[in-house]
Ligand binder design. Structure first.
Ligand code: ATP
Ligand code: MG
Length: 259
């Protein structure tokens, strides 16, 4: 990795829900232009950490700096600007079921209250084109779309405001292997085209191997390993061994070695 400009800096972060401790002293720096994958068991706090980077869940302790600004201090205006500079594809509820494809993608643009309908229309069609959704699908309702198409439309919505940071929570969950591969290719080309930094949660090894520049492993409330995949797999932490050790893990790693 050549770029060393930090875009997210998490320091001394603790998370607690009541007496339940989720994270303890998390330190993590994410650099401009990289794809960082966050992995860990169910309930290890991956989604929570994404939400903390997005300004949606305040940590019990520690600081979260995003694009040079404190995420939980500072004016309303600063928080609003940071929000616009981040796009997100959530793990659940990808689209609003009562809105058309067009209106789903238009929503964040309309919320800005600065753009006329003509500009919004152009931007929505541009973003749909970027993710490979043809114009005739714009009037459809989410229930009329395939799973792969829903993910693409949700990605178009995440990109609506031209974010610098893209957060993806399990982007390929629920897609069959072919659709999943197509979605991975799409993310890779968008990253290049738009110079995005991508923070991605995934439990899918193929997605991880195909996309991640670095991997952060969350276990036992800590980041137990951080680095490129070849450095991660030699760690003897039980979660890492179980995650990469199975047949699928070995296949995915062979694919990585071939590429
Ligand atoms: N708002 C909340 N209030 C109370 N507990 C919460 C809240 N949000 C998350 N938790 C708890 O924090 C823990 C971490 O949740 P989180 O959703 O971050 O896990 P995850 O790593 O994303 O899991 P998964 O892989 O299943 O998506 C879980 O035990 C969850 O029940
Ligand atoms: Mg989650």
């Amino acid at each position: 990795m050549t770029n060393t400009e930090p875009v997210i800096e998490i320091a001394g972060l603790d998370t607690r829900f009541g007496s339940h401790v989720i994270h303890e002293n998390i330190n993590l720096t994410i650099y401009k232009g990289e794809i960082l994958a966050l992995v860990g068991g169910s309930g290890s706090g991956k989604t929570t950490l994404l939400r903390q980077m997005l300004g949606l869940t305040r940590p019990a302790r520690g600081s979260v700096r995003v694009l040079g600004a404190e995420r939980y201090d500072g004016s309303h205006e600063q928080q609003r600007k940071l929000r616009i500079r981040s796009g997100v594809l959530f793990q659940q509820g990808a689209l609003f079921s009562a809105l058309t494809v067009f209106d789903n993608v238009a929503l964040p643009l309309r919320e800005m209250r600065t753009l006329c309908e003509e500009t919004i229309r152009e931007l929505v069609m541009l973003k749909l084109g970027m993710v490979g959704v043809e114009p005739q699908h714009a009037r459809k309702m989410p229930a009329e779309l395939s799973g792969g198409m829903i993910k693409r439309v949700a990605l178009a919505r995440a990109l609506a405001q031209d974010p610098e940071l893209l957060f993806l929570d399990e982007p390929t969950a629920g897609l069959d292997p072919a659709l999943s591969e197509a979605f991975v290719d799409l993310i890779r080309s968008l990253r290049e085209e738009l110079a995005l930094t991508v923070i991605m949660v995934t439990h899918d090894l193929d997605t991880l191997v195909a996309l991640a520049d670095r991997v952060a492993v969350l276990a036992d409330r800590h980041i137990v390993a951080l680095g490129p995949i070849p450095e991660i797999i030699i760690c003897d932490h039980p979660f890492i061994q179980a995650f990469f050790g199975g047949v699928r893990g070995q296949n995915a790693l062979r694919a990585l070695q071939r590429s």
